[in-house]
Design a protein around this ligand. Structure first.
Ligand SMILES: Cc1ncc(COP(=O)(O)O)c(C=O)c1O
Length: 435
C-alpha cells in the first residue's frame, strides 16, 4: 500500500488523519506527501513506497536534535527496557534527571515530570494557579491543545492567530473559561503592561517562550520578569521547543532572565516522550496543593532517554553545531532568493529557521517548493529545524537544490503558471477541519 493510499484509509478511521496537526500531509503537500515512514535514521527517512529522502524540514517536529534513532539514546532506552520500563516502585533515573536539570538551571530547586509539551504546560499553569489562588493567564505564543490555552479563542475567534498556528478552534472548551487567557505579542511589552494594569490582581502567570521567531528586544524579557513580580504572578518560560538548541538547557539562560517555572519537553529526549516542569521551591511546592498525577509520568524510558540525550548534546557541542548549520541554511535561502529574484523573509533563531515568500500567492509557492524539493529527494518546507546529524555535504546538496528550485519558481511566476505546476491542492497554513 502506498503512503497516500494508507493516508486515505487513515482519514476514514482517524478524525483529522493524524495525531499532530504539524504531521498532516495537507500541511506539506496535499495528495502527494509520502505521509508515512518505514524507517528513519540520522537525517534519512524511507517512505512506504521505496523512496529515501534527506529530511530538511522539521526533523520529527523538533524532537530529534541528535537525529533520528540516535545510537546512544537508543542504547540507554534499550537498557531501560531490559531493566523493566514500568514497576510498582519508582525509577531512580527521575531523581538523577532532577539533579542534572537543577544543576544546569541554578535558579531552580524542584522538578515534576510529564511526557508531552502541552500537558506539561497545563501542569505549569495548574501549579501557578494553585500557588496564587488566581485564574487569569497572560500568554504569548503557542503552548499546546489544553483548555487553559484554547480558552483565548472563546472571546474572539482570532485571539490565537499570530501565536504560531492560526485558526485553532475552541469547540469543547467550557465557555466559562472565556476571559481567562489573555494574549500579548512577543516584543510588545506595552501589551503585557496593559494586561497587568487591567488584570494584575487576578493574574496567576505570564506564560511565554523566551525566544523563537525573533530575538528578544533589549529589556523585553526583563520587563516580563518585572511585571510578573509587580502582579505577584509566576513567570513561566515554555522551553518545549527552544531549549537545548542555542545553549545547554533553557534558552533563557542565555538572556540572564530567571523564570519561576521553565517547561521542557520534546527537545530534551530525542524522540522519546518526556517532559519536565522545573521551578523554584516555593512555586513548585504548590504542586502538592493540587492533584497532579499520572501513571505513565513514571515510566523509565523517558528519564533514561533524557539523561542520555542531554549528556550527548553536551558532549558533542550540539548548540554550536545547530547554530552553524541553521545559519548556513538561512544565509543559503537568502542568497538563493536573491539570485533568483524572489522576495523572501527569513526568520527564527538559526536552529529553528523559517522563511516566507513575500507574495500574495505565498502558500502556492511554498507548496510548489515542497513538491520540487521532494522530486530532488528532500523532505522540505519553509522551515529547517537543525539537527546534529546533517552533514556539510547534505547541506550543500540541499542548498544546490534550493537554488535550482527558487529559479524554477521565479520562472513560473514570470510565466504566470505557478498554480498550474502543482500536481495537487495547495498546502494548508493553519488549523482547519478536514473534509
Ligand atoms: C512552545 C511549545 N509549547 C508547547 C508545545 C506542545 O507540545 P506537544 O506537541 O508535545 O504537546 C509545542 C509544540 O510544538 C511548542 O512548540
Amino acid at each position: 500500500m502506498t503512503g497516500q493510499e494508507l493516508y486515505r484509509k487513515a482519514r476514514k478511521r482517524i478524525p483529522g488523519g493524524t495525531q499532530l496537526l504539524a504531521k498532516r500531509p495537507e500541511m506539506f503537500l496535499p495528495e502527494q506527501w509520502p505521509s508515512y515512514y518505514s524507517k528513519a535514521s540520522g537525517s534519512e527517512v524511507w517512505d512506504l513506497d521505496g523512496n529515501r529522502y534527506v529530511d530538511m524540514s522539521h526533523n520529527g517536529v523538533g524532537a530529534c536534535i541528535l537525529g533520528y534513532a540516535d545510537p546512544d539514546v537508543d542504547a540507554a532506552v534499550r537498557a531501560a527496557i531490559d531493566a523493566g520500563s514500568m514497576c510498582t516502585l519508582n525509577c531512580p533515573e527521575e531523581v538523577e534527571l532532577a539533579e542534572l536539570l537543577c544543576e544546569l538551571h541554578p535558579w531552580a530547586e524542584m522538578v515534576r515530570y510529564a511526557r508531552c509539551g502541552g500537558e506539561a504546560m497545563a501542569v505549569a499553569v495548574r501549579i501557578a494557579r494553585a500557588r496564587t489562588g488566581r485564574e487569569k493567564i497572560a500568554f504569548c505564543g503557542y503552548h499546546g491543545w489544553h483548555d487553559w490555552y484554547l480558552a483565548a479563542n472563546l472571546g474572539s475567534a482570532g485571539a490565537l492567530d499570530g501565536h504560531l498556528l492560526p485558526g485553532l478552534a475552541p469547540a469543547g472548551v467550557p465557555r466559562s473559561l472565556a476571559g481567562t487567557a489573555l494574549p500579548f505579542r512577543y516584543n510588545q511589552p506595552g501589551e503585557l503592561e496593559q494586561i497587568v494594569a487591567q488584570h494584575g490582581p487576578d493574574l496567576a502567570a505570564i506564560v511565554m517562550e523566551p525566544v523563537r521567531g525573533q530575538a528578544p528586544a533589549p529589556g523585553f524579557l526583563e520587563s516580563a520578569r518585572h511585571l510578573a513580580d509587580r502582579a505577584g504572578a509566576a513567570l513561566v518560560f515554555d522551553e518545549v521547543t527552544a531549549a537545548w538548541r542555542m545553549n545547554a538547557g533553557g534558552a533563557h539562560l542565555r538572556f540572564g532572565v530567571r523564570p519561576d517555572i521553565a517547561v521542557f519537553a520534546k527537545a530534551i529526549s530525542n524522540g522519546y516522550p518526556m517532559a519536565a516542569i522545573l521551578g523554584s521551591g516555593t512555586v513548585m511546592q504548590a504542586a502538592q496543593d493540587s492533584f497532579i498525577s499520572s501513571t505513565y509520568w513514571t515510566d523509565r524510558i523517558g528519564p533514561a532517554a533524557a539523561l542520555a540525550a542531554i549528556r550527548k548534546m553536551q558532549r558533542c557541542g550540539a548548540p554550536r553545531r545547530l547554530i552553524e548549520s541553521g545559519t548556513r541554511i538561512q544565509d543559503g535561502w537568502r542568497a538563493a532568493a536573491e539570485r533568483a529574484g524572489l522576495a523572501i523573509t527569513v526568520s527564527g533563531i538559526p536552529p529553528l529557521a523559517h522563511f516566507a515568500f513575500d507574495a500574495p500567492d505565498g502558500a502556492v509557492l511554498r507548496t510548489l517548493f515542497t513538491q520540487a524539493m521532494l522530486e530532488r529527494g528532500f523532505l522540505a518546507k519553509n522551515a529547517y529545524y537543525a539537527t546534529c546529524s546533517h552533514t556539510a555535504d547534505q547541506i550543500d546538496q540541499y542548498l544546490t537544490a534550493v537554488n535550482d528550485v527558487f529559479r524554477e519558481l521565479a520562472r513560473a511566476i514570470s510565466a504566470g503558471n505557478v498554480l498550474k505546476q502543482l500536481r495537487g491542492p495547495v498546502a494548508h497554513a493553519g488549523f482547519s477541519r478536514l473534509t
